[in-house]
Design a protein around this ligand. Structure first.
Ligand SMILES: *[C@@H]1O[C@H](CO)[C@@H](O)[C@H](O)[C@H]1NC(C)=O
Ligand SMILES: *[C@@H]1O[C@H](CO)[C@@H](O)[C@H](O)[C@H]1NC(C)=O
Ligand SMILES: *[C@@H]1O[C@H](CO)[C@@H](O)[C@H](O)[C@H]1NC(C)=O
Ligand SMILES: *[C@@H]1O[C@H](CO)[C@@H](O)[C@H](O)[C@H]1NC(C)=O
Ligand SMILES: *[C@@H]1O[C@H](CO)[C@@H](O)[C@H](O)[C@H]1NC(C)=O
Length: 218
């Protein structure tokens, strides 16, 4: 007890320093211009043999996407794993600084899955960034943990991609959590939802609200 009280101010100061050092900001979108986001800019990729309503709903502003590991891929001859994903193909980009912001939610049990992508990379890669869910944590692809204990709560995700420097910055709840380089490629776009990876759980689901796309104004 005593030591808890003794160290509390220190830990608050430490947290503050870490936050400042990591570029914590309420306003990650400062200097960016928000672009219109509606159904003209995205569509849903889902198992080819099912109507979209069986793997996607949009109720009270919440996009819910789900898929089973036994589902079919997005097209008849595709070798890819099952998915239900929002593909923001209306904002395919080639240069500049782009940002995706949304609130995400992953129910307990969903695992071995991509829930967000910065698509586009140099072969043999297809995608420059996967925000995965593995072992109950958000992860960089299926490797480094970005944010532990993610289940059953809303989190705010900001992904900033600077094409010229290839830098990708990942923020959870406004706090910088991961920085890396993209994997090349000439074009990119954002996706979110569920896309089965190796070791996928039988049922996969993620929910998204407040999806916004920004481009840094020059
Ligand atoms: C989406 O927004 C654009 C730009 O504001 C507008 O031109 C278009 O009509 C909108 N589409 C729908 C389906 O609302
Ligand atoms: C990339 O996409 C191609 C064509 O859809 C596919 O054949 C290949 O397996 C994919 N590669 C990876 C690493 O996912
Ligand atoms: C998940 O756990 C397995 C087994 O402990 C481990 O091999 C894997 O690296 C972990 N994945 C992540 C993203 O931590
Ligand atoms: C992680 O991803 C790599 C590349 O797709 C794959 O080879 C590997 O088997 C995956 N590991 C797990 C535990 O899913
Ligand atoms: C596969 O996923 C399960 C949970 O669904 C996890 O317990 C296990 O560690 C994972 N295995 C690997 C090699 O990541």
């Amino acid at each position: 007890m005593g030591s808890h009280y003794q160290f509390a101010p220190l830990s608050i100061a430490f947290t503050l320093c870490v936050c400042l050092a990591r570029g914590w900001s309420n306003d990650l979108t400062h200097g960016f211009k928000e672009l219109p986001f509606n159904t003209s800019f995205y569509h849903i990729q889902k198992p080819y043999d099912l109507p979209v309503e069986q793997r996607y709903s949009f109720i009270n502003g919440v996009h819910k996407l789900w898929v089973f590991s036994t589902d079919k891929p997005l097209s008849r001859n595709s070798p890819t794993r099952p998915r239900s994903e929002i593909i923001i193909s209306g904002y395919t980009y080639y240069s500049g600084v782009w940002q995706f912001e949304a609130y995400g939610y992953v129910p307990c049990g969903t695992s071995g899955v991509s829930i967000m992508q910065v698509f586009g990379a140099t072969l043999p890669h297809n995608t420059s960034f996967i925000l995965g869910v593995n072992n109950g944590s958000l992860s960089y692809f299926n490797t480094s943990v970005i944010y532990p204990k993610v289940y059953d709560k809303w989190f705010r995700l900001n992904v900033i991609h600077e094409v010229e420097t290839r830098k990708l910055r990942i923020y959870i709840n406004g706090i910088s959590k991961y920085e890396t380089l993209d994997l090349g490629g000439t074009f990119h776009y954002f996706k979110c939802g569920v896309y089965a990876q190796k070791n996928a759980s039988f049922y996969m689901e993620s929910r998204w609200k407040g999806i916004r796309v920004f481009k840094r104004s020059d």
